[in-house]
Design a protein around this ligand. Structure first.
Ligand code: HEM
Length: 411
């Protein structure tokens, strides 16, 4: 198999963070999936392949119950995921990392909370928070969009949904980042300690919050989950692991797509102008932001039985890497995929995945983005890049600017 990328494929490199899309293009051009030896997985970059594996019922996120205890331990050791008792209990196991019956049961418990109708009720909460944030920030001519603005939003909103007091929402981001970073390619010893410590603190925090809500239930998700637990719908650590997943899954991703969405508009001033003139195009433009720069561009699946892809047979136990970010730029699926086109419709991007694990929070993610961009475009007449150098985060599983300095003028 020809894979000229082998010596150069380095998702932790600066070059990859500057432009993953040319690497994805080279991956798509290969005749076969690319074997990424550092992770012992086959990377899929074409839309058709990614969609086929994401929707294949013989693919699982977790090999628990399929591989032997010893195989599981060895795999964990190879990935340096061992010797982290809290992480193993409530992060390595979750709704996201379960399959079949367990996955369906856990997903069903919280699914309703994220329906279009329920999420619509959060709109005034999102609007109120963004308005307050902008009241303070609008006094300044220049801000760092990621830290000063975007980073405050998801902790407050998802925290509100679950029932976390507003004053604790900043801490959620710190824990989320420290835990989630350990999912990427860099699994160094330092990161391991940070991830485990954060998981333990997060666990203790949620355990205390749960106790408080048992004493005095409120109209929030954690109180509903307590009632569901009493009916037997959660066992063992599933309760805490679900709370943690809900708080973490949409955290960094929301910050990252806000940053990349703003950066993309700054690079496409005609799109920005049209959105000001025709705000009804904003929801469609948001979908294009998700396609163009998906903030969670990589997930995995394990095969439970042999699978054939492009004429090649892959045995049970094979791990596939789904490059949603590469699939979203596949010219076989999207016309002129490297251009940001707010008129693109239909736009069947894979930023939220596909199949059984389709993002639970996708309605909330799109609502947040719509409210925020509508508000920004209404309140400010001009935006410009204060520094043309916009560094993006390094890694395979996240995508978003580390810093975005902008200047703005109130309308
Ligand atoms: C901001 C943009 C977001 C993006 C791009 C995104 C993307 C994704 C993707 C791609 C998956 C599927 C993982 C896979 O294929 O294995 C996923 C799953 C998930 N997402 Fe999101 N997400 C976002 C926001 C949110 C939010 C705001 C929440 C909740 C508050 C959330 C909760 C979840 C959960 C619970 C799952 C697991 C679903 C399952 O395994 O059944 N996400 N997300």
């Amino acid at each position: 198999m020809s894979d000229p990328l082998h010596p150069t494929f380095d998702p932790l490199s600066k070059g990859f963070s500057e432009d993953p899309y040319s690497v994805y293009e080279a991956l798509r051009a290969l005749n076969n999936p690319f074997y990424f030896d550092a992770q012992d997985m086959w990377l899929l970059s074409r839309y058709e392949d990614v969609a086929a594996i994401a929707t294949n019922p013989d693919m699982v996120r977790s090999l628990a119950g399929i591989e032997t205890e010893q195989e599981s331990r060895e795999r964990q050791r190879r990935a340096n995921w061992h010797d982290m008792p809290f992480h193993e209990r409530v992060v390595q196991f979750s709704l996201l990392d379960s399959d079949g019956e367990v996955h369906r049961r856990l997903r069903k418990q919280v699914f309703g909370e994220f329906s279009v109708r329920n999420v619509a009720e959060l709109e005034p909460v999102v609007q109120g928070f963004v308005d307050r944030l902008l009241t303070d920030l609008a006094q300044r001519e220049e801000i760092e969009f990621v830290e000063d603005f975007a980073a405050h939003i998801p902790g407050f909103i998802i925290g509100h949904l679950l029932g976390v007091p507003a004053e604790d929402s900043r801490q959620l981001r710190i824990w989320s980042e420290q835990v989630v970073q350990f999912f990427d390619v860099d699994r160094s010893a330092e990161r391991k300690i940070i991830a485990e410590t954060a998981t333990r603190e997060f666990y203790d925090y949620l355990t205390e919050l749960k106790k408080a809500r048992v004493r005095a239930p409120q109209r929030d998700l954690i109180s509903k989950m307590i009632a569901d637990e009493a009916k037997g719908f959660y066992s063992g650590d599933e309760f805490i692991s679900t709370c943690m997943l809900v708080l973490m899954a949409g955290h960094g991703s929301t910050i990252d797509v806000l940053g990349s969405g703003m950066h993309t508009l700054l690079k496409n001033p005609s799109a920005m102008r049209r959105l000001r003139d025709v705000p009804s195009l904003i929801p469609q433009a948001i979908q294009e932001m998700f396609r163009y720069e998906p903030p969670l561009p990589f997930f995995h699946r394990h095969a439970t039985s042999e699978v054939t892809l492009r004429g090649n047979r892959y045995p049970a136990g094979t791990t596939f890497g789904l490059l949603y970010g590469a699939a979203n730029r596949d010219p076989e699926q999207f016309n002129d995929p490297d251009s940001f086109n707010i008129d693109r419709a239909p736009n069947r991007h894979l930023a939220f995945g596909l199949g059984a694990h389709l993002c639970l929070g996708n309605n909330l993610a799109r609502l947040n983005m719509r409210v925020i961009f509508e508000t920004l475009l209404k309140n400010f007449s001009e935006f410009e890049l204060a520094n043309p150098l916009v560094p993006y985060k390094r890694g395979l599983s996240v995508r978003g600017p580390a810093k975005l300095n902008i200047r703005w003028k109130p309308a």
